[in-house]
Write a protein that binds this ligand. Sequence first.
Ligand SMILES: [Zn+2]
Length: 226
Amino acid sequence: MKIAYYVLIGLGILWLNITAAKTLSDDISQEMAQNALITIQNNNQTLKNDVYYSLSLLTEKVIQKEIKILSDLKYISQEDVEVLSGNINLVYVAQYGKNYGNFQAIKQHNQINLKNITFNINLFSSEIFLNDFVDDIRRILLHELGHYVSYQNPTLLQKFNKICKKNSCKKKDYVSNYAFSSPEEDFAETFAYRYFQRESHNKFYKPVNETNLLKQKLNLLEDWFE
Ligand SMILES: [Zn+2]
């Protein structure tokens, strides 16, 4: 009985989230009607009757909207928009662990180019994720774009990595636990953190005490954000 009760509560929460997502989806739809900047590959056709389908459509819209903001702010160029277009994929991967998004690049003639950015729509099954659906999608997008920016600016990445190499950073010198996992993830996470600092209601990252070394990393990104 207890289990049935919890299942009911669980379903209720899911229903609330989906209803909220649908309303939001309608709002964004109207806004985006004439502003679709990029194409997003959505292979979620097999789940057409599933709740995942409407969430994947919403994901597309959230990404579209954010790309428009980034483009209006001149953080990304028209060329970037073209590169990203068609290379952002929504896929359903059953066994994906905690890997919500993925970035793949390919090396061609000494140049590293974007292969794709993937969002695993299986993450929609996570209740924690659904609680802040739009914000979670934005955070994944900005993290993956951080990887994109680092590949485009190898000198910036080198300088960034040097800060922790030279000073052997401690956990407190990173914006998140995930940033601590590797220099690449540190760049992507710090990049996303810096991006969301523009927003007064920054709920994407737990407030961190900006240590001297973390400040150095953030300052280095400053030029890029200007
Ligand atoms: Zn990453």
